[in-house]
Write a protein that binds this ligand. Structure first.
Ligand code: FES
Length: 109
């Protein structure tokens, strides 16, 4: 069964997008989806430092100078692979979620 993450037209071209995690039956967890040109990457919205979501408000992320920054304590992540390049969990990584484009939708693979 195909698990849909979101519609492509729901994704911002300029900033990460927060979407519900389709694998979380409780409906609590979310994913971070980032457009990088033609590529789309997704991560669990859980910071490897203290396990908090990275956003500072629903759907709002710190994204500047090409880095995704956790709003809790400032860990900085490379959008392309989720690797932490600075901050309290330097060297750790966000958990990548494999996704693919199917028609006008982003799906889990
Ligand atoms: S929870 Fe993200 S830097 Fe601390």
């Amino acid at each position: 069964m195909v698990q849909v993450v979101c519609k492509l037209n729901e994704l911002s071209a300029e900033a990460p997008t927060e979407v519900p995690d389709p694998t979380d039956e409780a409906g609590v967890e979310t994913l971070i989806v980032i457009r990088l040109g033609e590529q789309i990457v997704a991560y669990r919205n859980i910071c490897p430092h203290a396990g908090r979501p990275l956003n500072w408000a629903p759907g709002r992320f710190l994204f500047a100078h090409g880095q995704l920054v956790c709003a809790a304590h400032g860990a900085s992540f490379r959008p392309e692979d989720g690797f932490c390049i600075g901050g309290p969990c330097r060297g750790a990584s966000l958990a990548k979620v494999p996704v693919a484009v199917l028609g006008e939708q982003l799906i889990l693979v």
